[in-house]
Design a protein around this ligand. Structure first.
Ligand code: C5P
Length: 403
């Protein structure tokens, strides 16, 4: 799935060492289906050449407002009118200061001032420059002018210092630009999600677990952030990176066992929607050994199980009514090997859920693809086979309509 299909992006590059990452950024935007038109400042060309950017994007690179090849010789007007968004990465302290004051003394700054499309900037500079009161003033003014700031991140800088000012990685900028274009149907809402498997220890080195990659739960977390929600993600052991982490809209708690997941989930309060996507182990080991159980010839140890708490059932017990609607709105998941529609509907009723999503087909584990059968009180709806992120976005829209 290409999330930026048919989007026209003007990629502005200003003078900073992070400009070397703009080449990869352009590639990533194009992989998502965007067409990329690069505009560079004079200083940017000290770090990366227009030839590089032209070769990667397949489009001529503009560097001057006096370029006679543009219709009417008005590059600053022409380029922004055709664009769905202008993305400046890296945005230097100098460029931020200029944009915040409405100065327009080269093609990129003039283009930003003359634009009639959204502007997103990814600041990149030394930490002292970022922390300087003047840059902070620029950032505040730009935010007040509805410019979206992507980052900066904290970390080791090209100058060797450590702190805020590093440009976000190209993958994070791409993720945030994609998010920017999604419908904000959950703006101001709070969403709680359990994802991945749980791990029930037998001893310090062994355990039992469920088949679950965590991909569906993480896709729902990403889609919820894209839709404008504040997300609490409670994740079992799955080794996936947190989506859209740099937005500050997502908070992740890692857990291991079902009991830990239960505690973390029941500890969360005040959320509008709960997605129980985790494949929680139904049983844990009654008395996990404190030390590794040694092999004793051919004799196998016998394990005693205890039932784990049903996290979703315990959340359902806390449901209240707000504005005539259940709060939180609980969505369960069902992975069945037979008779999905029947078992899922039974489960929905038994668990007292307004909605349940059934995984159709046996090939969903670990895959990027899935198909869902969504059942609520008014009937069922199939969401055709697609990437989990695509399904997650559709599910989020369905739930947004319900709350
Ligand atoms: O009962 P079953 O495990 O099939 O129900 C699946 C749904 O219940 C999923 O949404 C799953 O996340 C949730 N669940 C839970 N706690 C458990 C078992 C399942 O939250 N202990």
């Amino acid at each position: 799935m290409q999330s930026l299909l048919n989007k026209k992006i003007v990629l502005g590059i200003s003078g900073g060492i992070a400009a070397y990452k703009s080449a990869e950024l352009a590639r990533m935007l194009m992989q998502e289906g965007a067409s990329v038109q690069v505009v560079m400042t004079e200083a940017a060309q000290q770090f990366v050449t227009p030839v590089t950017m032209q070769a990667l994007t397949g489009n001529p690179v503009y560097t001057s407002q006096w370029d006679s090849s543009i219709t009417n010789n008005m590059a600053h007007i022409e380029l922004s009118r055709a664009a769905d968004a202008i993305l400046v990465a890296p945005a230097s302290a100098d460029l931020m200061a200029k944009l915040s004051l409405g100065l327009a003394d080269d093609l990129l700054s003039t283009l930003c001032l003359a634009r009639d499309c959204p502007l997103l900037i990814a600041p990149a500079m030394n930490k002292q420059m970022w922390e300087h009161a003047a840059t902070q003033r620029s950032a505040q003014r730009l935010l007040a002018d509805k410019v979206a700031l992507l980052g900066p991140a904290s970390g080791v800088q090209a100058c060797g210092e450590v702190g805020f000012g590093r440009m976000l990685e190209p993958a994070e900028i791409t993720e945030q630009l994609i998010a920017f274009f999604q419908k904000k149907s959950l703006a101001g809402k709070r969403v709680l999600i359990t994802a991945g498997p749980t791990f029930e220890a037998i001893d310090p080195v062994r355990g039992i677990t469920n088949h679950s990659s965590g991909k569906m739960g993480f896709a729902i977390a990403r889609a919820a952030v894209e839709a404008g929600a504040q997300v609490q993600l409670i994740a079992g052991p799955c080794g996936l990176s947190t989506p859209l982490e740099a937005t500050g809209q997502i908070n992740r708690t890692n857990v291991l066992s079902a009991k830990e997941m239960h505690a973390a989930t029941l500890n969360a309060s005040d959320y509008d929607i709960f997605f129980a996507v985790a494949a929680v182990a139904d049983w844990g080991i009654a008395k996990p050994a404190k030390e590794k159980i040694k092999r004793q010839g051919k004799q196998a140890p016998s394990l005693e199980f205890t039932a784990n708490p049903d996290i979703l059932a315990d959340v359902v017990k806390t449901v209240k009514t707000k504005g005539g609607k259940p709060y939180p709105y609980c969505v369960g998941f069902a992975a069945e090997s037979t008779d999905l529609a029947k078992h899922a509907e039974e489960k929905r009723k038994r668990k007292g859920l307004p909605m349940i999503a059934g995984n159709i087909g046996p090939d969903t584990f670990g895959s990027d693809l899935n198909q869902l059968l969504i059942i609520d009180g008014s009937g069922s709806k199939k969401i055709a086979k697609a990437e989990k992120l695509d399904l997650a976005r559709q599910l989020i829209q369905l739930v947004a309509k319900k709350i």
